[in-house]
Ligand binder design. Structure first.
Ligand SMILES: Cc1ncc(COP(=O)(O)O)c(C=O)c1O
Length: 444
C-alpha cells in the first residue's frame, strides 16, 4: 500500500463496499452516525484502503485514536510479541509487569508534581466513570459541575455530564442527579454574549459557575468540576488562555476537585503531551483514552495518590489494562515522546498558518482555531450573524470523501482536522487543497 496520497479507482461506494453496507444496515445498531460510506479493509500510516482498493488520506485518525498512524510497525510488533506471550490475566486479581510499568510511566507523565496512581479501563467513558466514582468516594459529596457542549462518553454516568447533542441524551433519562451544566467559554461565540478576543468571556463563565454555588448547587456538595481543556465533540473550542488556571483557583477556593477529560485532546495531539499544559493548569484527576494505544482499547484514570486511596473492591474492570493494550500503549508513548508530539506541534503550526486567512478568503468560514493537530474550521451562513451552516459542513465532508480525504465534523457546523501525529507536509498540503476546493464548491 506504501503510497502517501489517496487514489480513488471506483465509484463510491464501490461494489464490495455496497455488499458490506447492505449487511451492516440490516444487522448493526442503527444508533451509529456515519457521514459517508467508507468501508475500510486495511490501514498503513496516514492511508486507509477500502474493500474496493480505493485509498484515502485519513485526517480523522479513527476519531483521534491512531496517534502513531494506522498499524505502525513498532506497535504491531509489540502487540504480536505480547499476544504470543500473554493475552489476558486480569490486572484486577493478578499482577503482570506491563500494567505496573504503564502505571509508572503515566504517573510520571501526568501534569503536576505530586505522586499519582492509575486505574485502568477500556474506553474514555469508562475512565470517566472511574473519575466520577473516585471524586465522590474521596469527597463524600455527590454533585458535579460540567460544561455545555461537553462530551464525556455515553455510559449513564458519563452521559449525565455529556451535553453536546440532544440525540445523545434523548430517551435515556432520568440521568445521574446532581449534575449542573454551565457555559464553556468560547472566544468566537461567547455563550454569554461577551466580545470576542477579550478574556471577558472566561470571567463571565466563571462568574456564572460561581453563581450556581449560591443557587442550585451548594459548593459543599460539589465533588468535582469536569472539563475538557479543549472541547472536542462540542466543536474543537479552545478556551481563552487564563480560563483553566482561574478555574483551578475557583475549585481550590471551595475544596472541589478538578477533573480534566483529555480523552480526545491528550496524548500529544495538541503538540504537548497534555492539552492542559498549554494553559499551565493542573487537575486532581486526569482521564485519557483514544490516542493512548494507537487503536487498542484502553482508558486510564490518573489521580493524585492522596486521592486515589479507595479500598480493595471499590473499583475494577476485568479487561482494563489488558497486556496487549499495555504493550501497545508503552510503544505508542515512546514513539510520541521520541518524535510524534514534536511533529504534531510543527505540523499543527503549519496547518494553522495556511488556514489563517480562510475566514477572509471564504465567506462560509467563520472561524479557524486549534492547537497542534486538533484544528476546527467553523462554517457559517453569514460571518456577521455567525449562524452555523450545518448543510455546508455536511456537503464539504461528503465531497472531501469523494476526493479521497477522510474528515469528520464536530459541534453544530465545524469541520475537525485530527490526523495521526505522523502527518507529513505533502499530506497536509493535499488535505488543505482538497478541503479548500470543497469549501469553494459549497460556497457557490
Ligand atoms: C472528551 C471525550 N471524553 C470521553 C469520550 C468517550 O470515549 P469513548 O468513546 O472511548 O467511551 C470521548 C469520545 O469521543 C471524548 O471525546
Amino acid at each position: 500500500m506504501e503510497k502517501k496520497l489517496p487514489h480513488i479507482q471506483t465509484r463510491l461506494p464501490g461494489p464490495e463496499a455496497q455488499k458490506v453496507l447492505a449487511l451492516d444496515h440490516q444487522f448493526v445498531s442503527p444508533s451509529y452516525t456515519r457521514d459517508y460510506p467508507l468501508v475500510a479493509r486495511r490501514g498503513e500510516g496516514m492511508i486507509v484502503e477500502d474493500v474496493d482498493g480505493n485509498r484515502f488520506l485519513d485526517f480523522s485518525a479513527g476519531i483521534a485514536v491512531v496517534s502513531t498512524g494506522h498499524c505502525h510497525p513498532e506497535v504491531v510488533r509489540a502487540i504480536q510479541e505480547q499476544a504470543a506471550q500473554l493475552i489476558h490475566m486480569s490486572g484486577t486479581d493478578f499482577y503482570y509487569p506491563l500494567l505496573a510499568e504503564l502505571a509508572e510511566k503515566l504517573a510520571a507523565l501526568a501534569p503536576g508534581d505530586s505522586p499519582k496512581r492509575v486505574a485502568f479501563g477500556n474506553s474514555g467513558a469508562e475512565a470517566m466513570e472511574a473519575a466520577l466514582k473516585l471524586a465522590r468516594y474521596h469527597t463524600r459529596r455527590h454533585r458535579f459541575i460540567a460544561f455545555q457542549n461537553g462530551f464525556h462518553g455515553r455510559t449513564l454516568g458519563a452521559l449525565s455530564l455529556t451535553a453536546s447533542k440532544a440525540a445523545q441524551r434523548r430517551g435515556f433519562g432520568p440521568l445521574l442527579p446532581g449534575v449542573t451544566h454551565v457555559p464553556y467559554p468560547n472566544p468566537y461565540r461567547c455563550p454569554l454574549g461577551y466580545p470576542a478576543e477579550a478574556c471577558d468571556c472566561a470571567c463571565a463563565c466563571l462568574d456564572y459557575l460561581e453563581r450556581q454555588f449560591k443557587t442550585v448547587a451548594p459548593a459543599e456538595e460539589v465533588a468535582a468540576i469536569v472539563i475538557e481543556p479543549i472541547q472536542g465533540e462540542g466543536g474543537y473550542v479552545v478556551p481563552p488562555a487564563p480560563f483553566l488556571k482561574r478555574l483551578r483557583e475557583l475549585a481550590d477556593r471551595y475544596g472541589i476537585l478538578l477533573i480534566f477529560d483529555e480523552v480526545q485532546c491528550g496524548m500529544g495531539r495538541t503538540g504537548r503531551m497534555w492539552a492542559c499544559e498549554h494553559f499551565d493548569a493542573v487537575p486532581d484527576i486526569l482521564i485519557t483514552a483514544k490516542g493512548i494505544a494507537s487503536g487498542m482499547p484502553l482508558g486510564v484514570t490518573i489521580a493524585r495518590a492522596d486521592i486515589m486511596k479507595w479500598e480493595p473492591g471499590a473499583h475494577a474492570s476485568t479487561f482494563g489494562g489488558n497486556p496487549l493494550c499495555c504493550a501497545a500503549a508503552l510503544t505508542t508513548i515512546r514513539l510520541l515522546e521520541e518524535k510524534y508530539i514534536a511533529n504534531a506541534a510543527r505540523m499543527g503550526e503549519y496547518l494553522l498558518s495556511r488556514l489563517q486567512d480562510w475566514p477572509q478568503k471564504h465567506r462560509i468560514v467563520g472561524n479557524v482555531r486549534g492547537k497542534g493537530l486538533m484544528i476546527g474550521i467553523e462554517l457559517v451562513q453569514n460571518q456577521q450573524t455567525k449562524e452555523p451552516h450545518e448543510a455546508a459542513r455536511q456537503q464539504v465532508i461528503r465531497s472531501a470523501f469523494e476526493r479521497g480525504l477522510l474528515i469528520l465534523g464536530c459541534g453544530e457546523s465545524t469541520i475537525r482536522l485530527m490526523p495521526p501525529l505522523i502527518v507529513e507536509p505533502e499530506q497536509a498540503d493535499f488535505a488543505l487543497d482538497v478541503l479548500e476546493a470543497c469549501i469553494a464548491e459549497a460556497e457557490n
